[in-house]
Ligand binder design. Structure first.
Ligand code: DGT
Ligand code: CA
Ligand code: CA
Ligand code: ZN
Length: 573
């Protein structure tokens, strides 16, 4: 049992309590404990053995007992009791943008709505607006939320299955009958959202492996089972497909199940042209000889191709490139030397400057830019010129104390509706890094929005435009903007464009980032972290950059500190 499972159970208790109208204090106690467990760097099972669960932030004696019960029995009776009181469809409300626990509670207790379908019908019939604290605006917002939810059709953010995916793979690898286990499918290709997890296992004992898989506490139910294939669901309702093959077929099965389906189709076409055949068992000659293969590279090699990293397998020219041995050396997380977009407690972040700096030291970053919001973003406690100046002085003092990491003074300045900036040039020119971004007037027409962003890029102090399209995956579409024109203007004005690494942004997208880099526009991959923990999101930005075919040279925060400082001082000249 992993921290993740325990945290998930506690979070579910909090959600159910909230829906049942329990008092906020109790709900928050479970939620806090869930966060504490998820963020705890050690293993909860070790802590339980040492009788030290209360070392976890937010966990007292009562919660320790529940966690222990979960670890011992795989479940919590209290949770089972709560589940009986709330129909499963009501929990799904929480997946709809704009619906939190309190809203879900009212919908369930007042209107007795039990599924998203019932909710949608009620909203269309105008039954929500008269509820206490609702109104027509909120009713319309819920309908928009349902639309966004349906459009995403049950796809889940990559980040939301990350821990689960590796927990399952590691559990399989730990079994004696398993010779190899790998994650495949869209997860391995690092798509921004995934429909289900796919795993391939090499073993001579498929029955044993499938029994073991079905018995994992991570797996709540088995939905179908054949001789070598099994489908199940995790407790969070995420579908998992398992395929068990012989060791000699593992590479071919992994290649096949990694996909994409379009990449596979192109490989089949290429094999045919070469007088060969490829399927999930391997590469064959036309007279039925199966070529032995150890790893995926062997299969590609039989087709006259260099190895193609999974992130590129989308049939976007990777096969042609591999045939010419021109697959680029993709950027990796270890190339990243710093993060240029970080928020602190001074605006809407959770960490202090000292805390985010310590994290940067721990990771071996060379630099970190503090870029809090500007004054007009009032809800985020944006900084005016005076507070920004005071922050700059604190940063300079900290830099004198710290040796291994350099803090850069920056700002995330709002691009106002007319394209002017939220700070005057005299303020911006004092800073090491200026990030500009749109946080208001999202509904401008395409031409106005495009001109607005381009005008900001024309300012000689603006180094980077952050999250250039404003999309929130599964929750909000990009604003109307001609992104090709923005990219062209970035090239003309020597402005860097961001890949925002937050897993629900990934903005620029893979396609747009590739377009930008191929025109010579520089990219910054930034976590936009609003907490120390969120600095981890950098990895999702790097995945996205790999899917965009980017190399180290395309990305400015792979530069050593001095090169970067030089770049920032001169690129707009
Ligand atoms: P998703 O929708 O996020 O689960 O995306 P994938 O790519 O993981 O799709 P999935 O889980 O349906 O299938 C996993 C891989 O198996 C897929 O990438 C390629 C292979 N595959 C599955 N069905 C087909 C098919 O009908 N034709 C071909 N050529 N390949 C398939
Ligand atoms: Ca899949
Ligand atoms: Ca699948
Ligand atoms: Zn930001």
């Amino acid at each position: 049992m992993k921290n993740f499972d325990v945290a998930y159970a506690l979070e579910e208790i909090a959600a159910l309590l909230e829906i049942l109208g329990a008092d906020t204090f109790r709900v928050n106690a479970y939620r806090k404990a869930a966060r504490g467990v998820e963020g705890y760097p050690g293993d909860v099972e070790d802590l339980a053995r040492k009788d030290a669960l209360s070392l976890i932030p937010g966990v007292g004696p009562a919660l320790s007992a529940k966690i222990r019960e979960m670890l011992d029995t795989g479940s919590i009776r209290y949770l089972e009791e709560l589940r009986k009181q709330v129909p499963p469809g009501v929990l799904n409300f929480l997946a709809i943008p704009g619906i939190g626990g309190k809203t879900a509670s009212i919908l369930f207790t007042e209107l007795h709505l039990e599924s998203i379908e019932e909710l949608e019908n009620a909203a269309r019939a105008g039954l929500l607006r008269s509820l206490k604290g609702f109104g027509e605006k909120k009713e319309a917002a819920i309908l928009r939320g349902i639309e966004a939810f349906k459009k995403n059709a049950g796809r889940i953010l990559l980040a939301d299955v990350f821990a689960l995916a590796y927990d399952i793979r590691d559990a399989l690898n730990a079994h004696a009958a398993v010779q190899a286990a790998e994650l495949a499918g869209s997860f391995r290709r690092r798509r921004e959202t995934i429909k289900d997890l796919d795993l391939v296992v090499a073993s001579d004992h498929p029955e044993t492996v499938m029994d073991y898989f079905a018995s994992l506490p991570l797996i709540a139910e088995v939905t179908s089972r054949g001789d070598t294939k099994l489908s199940g669901k995790s407790r969070a309702g995420i579908s998992v497909d398992l395929r068990v093959v012989k060791r000699s077929e593992f590479a071919a099965a992994l290649l096949h199940l990694t996909g994409s389906a379009e990449h596979n189709a192109s490989l089949r076409g290429r094999a045919k042209d070469l007088g060969l055949k490829i399927n999930e068992y391997g590469v064959w000659s036309l007279d039925g000889f199966l070529f032995p293969t150890e790893e995926e590279a062997d299969l590609y090699s039989l087709l006259g191709l260099s190895f193609i990293p999974p992130e590129l397998r989308e049939n976007r020219g990777e096969i042609e490139a591999a045939a010419k041995d021109q697959i680029p050396e993709l950027i990796s997380l270890s190339c990243i030397r710093g993060d240029l977009h970080i928020h602190t407690r001074d605006s809407d972040g959770l960490g202090t400057i000292e805390q985010v700096a310590e994290q940067a030291v721990r990771w071996g970053y060379e630099y970190l830019a503090i870029t809090d919001h500007s004054r007009s973003l009032v809800i985020a406690r944006g900084l005016d010129a005076a507070r920004l100046k005071a922050q700059g002085e604190r940063i300079r003092r900290l830099n004198e104390e710290m040796e291994s990491v350099r803090l850069l003074c920056g700002v995330e300045v709002d691009i106002l509706p007319d394209g002017s900036l939220d700070h005057p040039d005299e303020v911006l020119e004092e800073l090491d890094v200026v990030i500009a971004s749109v946080h208001s007037a999202f509904r401008q027409d395409r031409q106005t929005m495009t001109r607005r962003i381009i005008r900001a890029m024309e300012n000689p102090h603006v180094d980077i435009v952050a999250h250039p399209t404003g999309r929130l995956i599964g929750r909000r579409d990009a604003y109307e903007v001609d992104i090709e024109e923005v990219i062209t203007a970035a090239k003309r004005t020597n402005t860097v464009l961001e890949i925002n690494a937050s897993p629900d942004r990934l903005d620029l997208s893979d396609v747009h980032a590739r377009m930008a880099a191929s025109l010579g526009v520089k990219i910054a991959i930034n976590s936009d972290g609003h907490s120390v923990a969120a600095m981890h999101d950098m990895q999702f930005g790097v995945f996205n950059a790999r899917r965009a075919w980017l190399t180290k040279e395309d990305v400015i925060n792979t530069m050593p500190l001095e090169t970067l400082q030089d770049f920032l001082a001169n690129h707009k000249k």
